[in-house]
Design a protein around this ligand. Structure first.
Ligand SMILES: Nc1ncnc2c1ncn2[C@@H]1O[C@H](COP(=O)(O)OP(=O)(O)O)[C@@H](O)[C@H]1O
Ligand SMILES: [Mg+2]
Length: 232
């Protein structure tokens, strides 16, 4: 099966090449664990290497995302390579909801138009929590299942950002967990008395003989470095 490189060297190796194409992958972590940066960097690097992507930002206006990511070393790309769509576009589309009632159909049309125009193959939703806040789910599992099905039908490999509240216990019973083909976890963890480091691990990845171990994550010169954490 073809795989999508994350362009994070250690992670691609752990994933046995990358994310199998078409897999729905949750990017899970607490606030400030660089979930948005990671998701954007996967799209940015793929876009520069010929695989265009659509980044749907529900947490920040598109212009803020582009600007912040540029400051982190990922310069803006033309819309046909990396298209950042934000809440205002979604809200505008969802205004028809009164007439149509089905939010998935409305978003499907919006994303289909984008795919037809730009041929996007990768998709990021940042974040699921905000989607839960703006769309009234009646049956969350069923609706999420259809939402993800719609993204796959459009040919996307969907990456969905899921935020864990700070200090929350282990995630249990999250509605999105059941539909994930893959889960990549980002965590801040204490080092010594004062320090904090960032680590990442692949919890699950269907279709890949992956490594489950932790990687230390560093952001340098516009890209992530992942090094295998060695037990001290
Ligand atoms: N090594 C680093 N270099 C640059 N910025 C960093 C670094 N480590 C953390 N940051 C900062 O971390 C913040 C959080 O990243 P973000 O992707 O927004 O996290 P999340 O989406 O998980 O809340 C960013 O604003 C970024 O500026
Ligand atoms: Mg974020």
């Amino acid at each position: 099966m073809a795989s999508i490189s994350t362009y994070v060297a250690g992670l691609d190796k752990a994933l046995d090449g990358g994310i199998p194409e078409g897999n729905t992958v949750l990017i899970v972590g607490g606030p400030g664990t660089m979930k948005s940066t990671f998701a954007y960097s996967v799209l940015h690097r793929n876009a520069m290497n010929g695989t265009p992507g659509l980044f749907v930002s529900l947490e920040q206006p598109a212009s803020d995302v582009v600007q912040k990511m540029a400051a982190l070393g990922m310069p803006p790309l033309p819309e046909d390579k990396l298209y950042v769509m934000d809440m205002s576009q979604l809200r505008l589309a969802l205004r028809d909801k009164e007439k149509e009632k089905d939010w998935i159909k409305i978003l499907s049309k919006l994303f289909e138009e984008a795919v037809n125009a730009g041929g996007y193959r990768l998709f990021v939703l940042d974040s699921l929590e905000v989607l839960y806040a703006i769309v009234e789910f009646k049956e969350v599992r069923r609706e999420l299942f259809h939402f993800v099905g719609m993204l796959k039908e459009l040919g996307f490999t969907p990456l969905l950002v899921a935020e864990v509240p700070l200090g929350a216990p282990a995630r249990e019973g999250r509605p999105e967990d059941f539909l994930a083909d893959g889960i990549i976890l980002l965590e801040q963890f204490p080092v010594g008395a004062m320090g904090v480091q960032l680590r990442m691990r692949c919890v699950k990845m269907r279709g890949s003989h992956h490594d489950r171990g932790y990687f230390l994550i560093d952001w340098e010169g516009g890209k992530f470095l992942a090094t295998k954490a060695i037990q001290q």
